[in-house]
Design a protein around this ligand. Structure first.
Ligand SMILES: O=C(CO)COP(=O)(O)O
Length: 125
């Protein structure tokens, strides 16, 4: 599976912890991330990640383009619901495309855990 991992600044720590927790599963898949999220994931978990530009510089749009071309299967996006983002339109566009193309999108840890359990199940089959 091709999995996109994204986190806003105040959620990056939580995403790193989450990636560490599910590292054995993530290792089996192709990982993509926005710039800073990807950098931290690689440095702090050792996972191999294909990095796009940073979110505010177009990274969400690059991932959106992957979605539109059928190249992303799952998006895990730890959003910060309490901080305004300068690139909010890009964020909304990515969320919209996930609905257009019916790509599972987890925007919080609870949903992301459910998606990972599902993925584990698929990996065992
Ligand atoms: O802003 C982001 C998503 O909207 C994340 O971008 P970075 O991973 O570059 O911080």
């Amino acid at each position: 599976m091709k999995i996109a991992l994204i986190a806003h600044d105040k959620k990056k720590e939580a995403l790193i912890t989450f990636a560490e927790e599910y590292k054995d599963t993530f290792k089996l898949h192709d990982l993509y991330a926005t710039g800073t999220t990807g950098k931290r994931l690689m440095e702090e978990t050792g996972l191999k990640v294909h990095r796009f530009k940073s979110g505010p510089l177009g990274g969400d749009q690059e991932i959106g383009s992957m979605v539109a071309n059928g190249n992303i299967d799952i998006i895990i996006f730890f959003r910060d619901p309490l901080t305004a983002q300068p690139h909010e339109p890009d964020v909304s566009a990515l969320l919209r495309l996930s609905d257009v193309y019916d790509v599972p999108l987890a925007t919080n840890e609870g949903t992301a855990s459910a998606v990972m359990h599902y993925l584990n199940q698929l990996d065992r089959e």
